[in-house]
Design a protein around this ligand. Structure first.
Ligand SMILES: Nc1ncnc2c1ncn2[C@@H]1O[C@H](COP(=O)(O)OP(=O)(O)OP(=O)(O)O)[C@@H](O)[C@H]1O
Ligand SMILES: C[C@H](N)[C@H](N)CCCCCC(=O)O
Ligand SMILES: [Mg+2]
Length: 227
């Protein structure tokens, strides 16, 4: 049985990918076999591997089970815009059965744990009146929330928590990521979140000069996810 978690964030660009890498590394350091999945991606660039979405490549590299790029992504749209807009422009609608097929394939590997990175924040539109959160609900995945430490994150964190609960899903844990250096009253903000968010705190990722090249696993304690 592959334990599966959906990783959302308080917004786009808050460190979901960095946190997924940290989760994958922390799990690998505990001897677990790990994989990542990015069901919906937008924004592709020329990388060593060709025209790729950077998040997908990062998840692919951070996982202990090495899988081909195509297996780690559902849809990767080229323009770096909201995915439903890119989907409309390219004439390729986002289908939940395609996302679920990809997920099922990854669960069929011998992975112990699978982290699925969302796109944007919790209520991301995917077109035709649907949201990525509808798919998470359909798959009944426990959720991990990444709070990007910046002014406004308290409101975003609480609204995201309320929306997850409204969707009858479980917040399995949350972490905070210092996307900026030296946020004013960082500790007080963290204390506030710890008092208000009724879910296990997995840890804090500090501001790092080269986050993608760091040992990120050391910053998160994934034991609450393994109970
Ligand atoms: N702890 C950190 N220290 C320094 N820079 C960071 C940190 N976390 C994230 N960043 C930088 O902030 C940017 C956004 O991070 P990331 O790509 O992980 O966000 P995201 O939530 O996954 O974004 P998206 O919504 O596009 O998937 C990246 O350039 C990343 O390198
Ligand atoms: C391009 C960006 N980095 C992400 N891939 C997409 C973020 C979409 C956000 C949509 C929104 O909620 O406004
Ligand atoms: Mg990302």
């Amino acid at each position: 049985m592959t334990k599966t978690f959906f990783v959302t964030g308080t917004d786009t660009d808050v460190g979901k990918t960095i946190s997924c890498m940290a989760l994958l590394q922390a799990a690998t350091q505990r001897g677990l076999r790990t994989v990542g999945y990015k069901p919906v991606a937008s924004g592709c660039e020329l990388m060593e591997e060709g025209l790729c979405n950077r998040d997908v490549v990062m998840l692919q590299r951070a996982a202990s089970i090495k899988l081909p790029y195509d297996q780690v992504v559902g849809y990767a749209f080229e323009p770096a815009v909201a995915p439903h807009i890119a989907a409309e422009a390219s004439g390729v609608p986002i289908r939940f059965d395609v996302l679920s097929d990809g997920l099922r394939q990854l669960k069929q590997t011998d992975a112990d744990i699978l982290f699925v990175e969302g796109a944007g924040g919790w209520r991301l539109p995917v077109g035709h009146g649907h949201f990525l959160s509808d798919w998470v609900k359909f798959e009944d995945m426990p959720v991990i929330l990444v709070v990007g430490a910046r002014m406004g994150c308290l409101n975003h964190a609480m609204l995201t928590y309320e929306a997850i609960r409204h969707d009858h899903l479980n917040l399995a844990g949350w972490c905070i990521n210092q996307i900026h250096q030296g946020m004013s009253h960082y500790q007080e903000n963290l204390d506030t979140l710890q008092a208000l968010l009724p879910a296990p705190f997995l840890g804090e990722i500090p501001y790092l000069a080269r986050p993608h090249e760091s040992d990120l696993g050391q910053y998160l304690d994934i034991s609450p996810l393994l109970d």
